[in-house]
Design a protein around this ligand. Structure first.
Ligand code: KG4
Ligand code: ZN
Length: 357
């Protein structure tokens, strides 16, 4: 079964082909440099760029794999959550293509796709605990199957990726700051600065990161002139000690907060022995190492995609779509794109393939 995956929920236009659960190829056009000029994603510009790149990327992917549209069995598309205008570009393209060639249309939950991505590289067994940490979301899920996710906790304000990006901006790091902060943190001493572990002294599995950003702002304001550094900071090479220490301490505060709640979720669901860690922030080397240690201590297993499959990509969408289609799942042309903040409807239909040819 050949499945095309389409991703356009934020600032990456991406397409990928998955055949029988195996990734054949993927293409991606990133808009990150353009949005960096504005310090964050500009939705209107993002939609226009998706519209500009979608067709040429599709042609490039199909021609370099010597495939034609009529060979597609499934067209899977990220249908939310994300930026509405951006999602609409992908969803409209997917509907037209599926209708034109008689392929099955599958709308994929972008967040679930992040968590399923690990299945492209290793055995993904259920049930499992899922920790999804990205630029827009921080969710803990109980995962009972590829389409059976129960939300256990979520952020009440900023996502973990936003916590990195917003604090990074205060420190003079370009948007998105996560990757550079990861490198700077590796050169610093996490004990040198004290940051809080926010919203852990309660009984919930929810998160709140906005206070941490405020703590970083207060620390930076308190620095005497001689300990400040020139901006912008473009690389970790030769970075000042105070900046590296600040990044190390900040990263450790985010990692501790995420893992305290993860440990709490595992305590409450003792049948879950696997932690699936995914989303852009799952590329963070400190989080990966410490999540692995946590699961080792608990006699469980960490499953996480390789860093290139953690950030937004279409391989995860194609793979999730393939898994859903393999169990008979599909949508019809009434499939809606769902913006961030609105719940995704449980509207996947089940039945035989709708391919008529
Ligand atoms: O999943 P993703 O590509 O896009 C969304 O769906 O949001 O996640 C992007 C986020 C950004 O906030 C970026 O700063 C963060 O992932 N990120 C990282 C790292 N690489 C990307 N955060 C921490 N450490 C990293 N190595
Ligand atoms: Zn994402």
């Amino acid at each position: 079964m050949l499945c095309l995956g389409i991703e356009s929920s934020c600032d990456e236009t991406a397409l990928a082909l998955v055949e029988d659960g195996r990734l054949l190829d993927a293409v991606l056009a990133s808009q990150v440099d353009m949005h960096a000029l504005f310090g964050g994603v500009v939705p209107e510009l993002a939609s226009r760029e998706h519209y500009r790149y979608m067709g040429p990327l599709y042609d490039a992917l199909m021609s370099r794999n010597a495939r034609t549209a009529s060979e597609l069995d499934v067209v899977a598309v990220s249908r939310g959550p994300g930026l509405l205008g951006s999602l609409l570009v992908g969803v409209a393209f997917a509907k037209g293509l599926a209708l034109g060639v008689g392929a099955r249309l599958v709308g994929v939950n972008h967040l679930h796709a992040h968590l399923l991505a690990a299945g492209l590289e290793q055995e993904l067994s259920f049930p499992a605990l899922g920790l999804l940490v990205s630029g827009g979301h921080t969710h803990l899920y109980r995962m009972d199957g590829p389409d059976a996710f129960v939300t256990l906790g979520r952020t009440l304000d900023d996502a973990a990726g936003e916590a990195f990006d917003k604090a990074g901006k205060l420190m003079g790091l370009a948007y998105p700051a996560g990757k550079l902060m990861d490198e700077l943190a590796s050169r610093g001493d996490a004990e040198a600065v004290s940051f809080p572990r926010p919203y852990v002294h309660n009984d919930t599995l929810d998160f709140s990161f906005s206070g941490l950003k405020t703590a970083a702002a207060a620390f930076l304001d308190s620095l005497p002139e001689e300990r400040r550094w020139p901006r912008p900071v473009r690389s970790a090479e030769g970075a000042p000690r105070t900046l590296c220490d600040c990044c190390a301490a900040y990263t450790q505060a985010v990692v501790d907060t995420l893992l305290i709640k993860t440990g709490r979720a595992l305590d409450r669901h003792p049948d879950l022995k696997t932690l699936v860690l995914a989303g852009g922030v799952a590329a963070n080397s400190h989080l990966r190492r410490q999540a692995e240690a946590l699961m080792r201590r608990r006699g469980g297993r960490l499953v996480t995609p390789s860093p290139k499959l953690c950030t937004d990509n279409a391989a995860m969408v194609a793979y999730a779509g393939w898994r859903l289609a393999a169990t008979g799942g599909h949508h019809d042309l009434s499939l809606e794109a769902v913006p961030r903040g609105r719940p995704l409807p449980d509207d996947l239909r089940h039945g035989p393939a709708c391919r008529t040819a």
